[in-house]
Design a protein around this ligand. Structure first.
Ligand SMILES: [Zn+2]
Length: 132
């Protein structure tokens, strides 16, 4: 076996490459709260399995500074136990989930596109007949 070098992809069209990136990459920075400061419920439930949103304090993301209603703390409605360490863990889990979801969506989209392309290929001789 010879040692071959590993090259990065060299896309022909830089523009479309960047467009694709925007579609499949979310704009928020904190995946734990999607920059809202409020941790997503499915993530909360990983730590508080029987979390009841109607009765329990609201878990606040301590990983970023997006939550701006700290005055609510006085009313005892905030759960501030989700520290930076936990938020980073949840962030990693959410990132992974996001990656998998977009991958699935992409596969689905690609399949639909393949079906559509196949249908067009089948129909085009017909269409040509009609319009010629
Ligand atoms: Zn956050």
């Amino acid at each position: 076996m010879t040692d071959l070098p590993i090259f990065e992809r060299l896309p022909i069209n830089e523009q479309t490459e960047n467009d694709d990136k925007e579609i499949w990459q979310p704009s928020w920075h904190c995946f734990c709260c999607q920059d809202t400061g409020l941790i997503y419920r499915h993530l909360i439930e990983l730590i508080i399995p029987d979390f009841d949103p109607n009765r329990d304090r609201i878990p606040v993301c301590q990983g970023c500074n997006k939550f701006d209603n700290y005055h609510l703390k006085e009313y005892g409605v905030l759960d501030l136990r989700f520290d930076l360490y936990i938020c980073k863990k949840l962030d990693a889990i959410a990132r992974d989930g996001w990656k998998r979801t977009t991958q699935q969506q992409f596969e689905k989209y690609k399949n639909q596109l393949d079906i559509a392309t196949g249908a067009i290929a089948l129909l085009s001789p017909l269409i040509l007949q009609i319009y010629s």
